[in-house]
Design a protein. Structure first.
Length: 203
């Protein structure tokens, strides 16, 4: 698909956050990390690469990725088969870290410049897994709750909404959300079976 190839090539060559940034420039060389194809029907949309992913160039090569694959019920081979699964973070490059060593938010340049064109070139995507607040802001818009809890409690309503692609919100699979997962056992008991069924159907 020429249009998709053109958009992907432009994203992978992007240097806007260094050469004409919105705010402080990216503190290192850009290394956009994403995966997409004209055949994938499932898109995983997270936050932005971390330090390990920046080094490897492969998304979710960290404990969060292990947990996410367990949630989906897929092997690493299936997860990294871009003919079946697109991985489109809200920020394509590692944004750097704050003074406390935490990852900064995704760069604002990415979604403003690329996401609408990219998803327009991916009309076959049937389901977006919106992982974390930044992806939920973009893919759910005004339907997103004011808090993660509000958004997640309405997960089935979001999934069944009449939109294409459909959107299923997920918390970020980071250890930082362990307390939330413990307080919300319905996530594992009710949401994960539906998630795995949807993923199995699309793959």
């Amino acid at each position: 698909m020429a249009e998709l190839d053109d958009v992907l090539a432009a994203i992978r060559g992007c240097r806007v956050c260094v050469e004409s940034p919105r705010g402080a420039p990216l503190p290192h060389e850009p290394r956009p990390v994403l995966r997409a194809s004209a055949t994938a029907r499932l898109a995983i949309c997270g936050q932005a690469p971390g330090t390990r992913v920046h080094a490897s160039g492969t998304p979710f090569t960290d404990p969060s990725g292990d947990r996410l694959r367990a949630w989906l019920g897929v092997t690493a081979d299936a997860f990294y088969d871009e003919t079946r699964i697109a991985i489109v973070p809200m920020g394509f490059c590692f944004p750097g870290q704050d003074a406390k060593g935490g990852d900064l938010p995704p760069r604002r340049e990415c979604s403003a410049l690329w996401h609408r064109d990219l998803f327009a070139a991916l009309p076959q995507i049937e389901l977006v897994l919106a992982v974390g607040a930044y992806a939920q802001d973009f893919h759910l818009g005004a339907a997103k709750g004011k808090t993660l809890q509000q958004t997640m409690l309405r997960w089935l309503e979001h999934l069944k909404a009449k939109r294409r692609p459909r959107v299923l919100p997920l918390p970020h699979p980071s250890w930082r959300n362990n307390a939330w997962l413990t307080k919300n056992p319905w996530f594992e008991a009710e949401l994960l079976p539906v998630l795995r069924r949807e993923v199995g159907r699309l793959l």
